[in-house]
Design a protein around this ligand. Structure first.
Ligand SMILES: [Zn+2]
Length: 437
């Protein structure tokens, strides 16, 4: 993602059907075959989110009143025959009547606003604001901005010919004008200060270790964290008083303050005291209760700590421990519920100038899956396209919110037993982010 200009950040209604990970390289324009009245985009998004949704979805849908996002930009949506690496953008239009319908008041508003959205997407992902020919699409694969009908002719797999009668020359002119405007605006306001480097660690612990071995692991982890000026360490599997007391003692001796929910959930965050300038507040959202059968190690939920750093501003740090695949098979949908809560938290607490970072044990291999199941976060592994074994495959992640245009991953690594010996069954993961002022 471009560190300068972020993609649109409208209300998000998660579509039920979507695919795996992608890197946006193109924008495919569609028409919904519906009215263009206000409220239609939201109705369509709710339909895609519901139980009766067909096997279709798009990233964005716009009517005359608003834009709704339904699938994260880094997740494949099912909008044409060949979907990989493209953003699907739906314009509300009936697809019948004279071509001049695109010039009525509502359609004009839709086209103007869509051009602004598309320009932002282009700049965020380095997509050239051109409409490639069918031959160019066949030769180079998805790139630029084109229609569902162009996709059909270049890649097949669909019979759709939308957006019919679309005024492409006018639309492309508006997109290019907006790209130019945003670039000029950014050049004037671009910060000249050096980006701040923020270091984070994820430490999935082992529930069953003796207190002595836990203490040894904590010493190794926090000695390293303090030496490297790590702002926060997130971790799991400390649901009991004895483990938490030990954690507070060791973390405290290295200058870290520990946050957890007072209940029996197993996640925690240890934050460097110097990083917490004013007040820090804790928030915990229950996702899977004890009564749902997976409470052996406590209920599961999302832990968030909101704080204000004097250099990078308001920051939320979050930690969660998703269910293992075996548990997912028995009770499908629980990790979907989990990632929806995480996505909602990221959108809320990462809005505007606020920053949102997440650390967690996903229990899903990040290298081959979207471990956020469509929620708008990207792991540093995915961002840097380098996936390391974190102990049980590539399941522990440190991630940032997709819409944080100020944030980019600088490094990510897992320290195996040869590099950092721990008694636990996971390796320590560390990632750094560059944060622009
Ligand atoms: Zn279409």
């Amino acid at each position: 993602m471009s560190p300068q200009i972020s993609p649109p950040s409208p209300p998000f209604i998660a579509a039920r059907n979507k695919g795996g990970r992608q890197k946006p390289k193109a924008i495919v324009m569609h028409a919904t075959v519906s009215s263009d009245d206000k409220g239609t985009a939201r109705n369509i998004a709710n339909w895609w989110a519901g139980k009766t949704s067909p096997m279709s979805s798009a990233h964005y849908v716009r009517d005359a009143g608003e834009l709704i996002q339904c699938v994260g930009d880094h997740t494949v949506a099912f909008h044409c025959g060949y979907n990989q690496d493209s953003i699907g953008y739906e314009l509300c239009d009936e697809q019948k009547g004279p071509a001049s319908r695109w010039q009525d008041k509502d359609s004009t508003a839709i086209i103007r606003e869509a051009a602004k959205d598309v320009a932002r997407i282009c700049l965020a992902y380095d997509i050239e604001p051109i409409r490639p020919t069918i031959a160019a699409l066949k030769a180079k694969g998805p790139h630029g901005i084109y229609g569902h009908d162009d996709s059909r002719q270049a890649f097949g797999g669909t019979t759709h010919t939308d957006p019919r009668d679309f005024p492409w020359p006018m639309f492309m002119r508006l997109v290019r004008r907006e790209v130019k405007r945003l670039k000029a605006l950014h050049a004037q306001t671009a910060p000249t200060v050096k980006p701040q480097r923020l270091h984070l660690m994820q430490s999935s612990m082992l529930y069953s270790l003796s207190l002595k071995k836990k203490e040894e692991d904590l010493e190794v982890i926090f000695a390293r964290a303090a030496r490297r000026a790590v702002a926060a360490v997130g971790g799991t599997e400390y649901p009991d008083d004895a483990s938490r007391a030990l954690l507070k003692k060791v973390a405290g001796s290295y200058g870290y303050r520990v946050f957890h929910n007072d209940g029996r959930d197993d996640v925690w965050l240890a934050i460097e005291k110097d990083f917490i300038k004013g007040k820090a507040t804790t928030e915990w959202d229950l996702v899977v209760g004890m009564d749902e059968g997976y409470g052996k190690k406590g209920p599961r939920g999302l832990l968030q700590v909101h704080l204000e750093d004097s250099e990078i501003g308001p920051v939320t740090l979050a930690e969660a421990h998703l269910l293992t695949r075996g548990q997912m098979r028995e009770k499908t949908g629980l990790n979907d519920r989990f990632t929806q809560v995480i996505g909602r938290a990221a959108r809320k607490n990462g809005a505007g100038k606020r920053l949102f970072f997440y650390m967690g044990d996903q229990n899903i291999i990040d290298r081959t899956n979207d471990t956020f199941l469509g929620a708008p976060l990207t792991s540093s592994w995915d961002e840097l396209e380098k996936w390391e074994n974190t102990g049980h495959g590539n399941i522990d992640v440190i991630a940032s919110y997709d819409k944080d245009g100020r944030v980019s991953a600088a490094y990510c690594r897992a320290l195996d037993d040869g590099e950092l010996h721990l008694h636990g069954d996971h390796f320590l993961v560390e990632s750094g982010f560059d944060v622009k002022g």
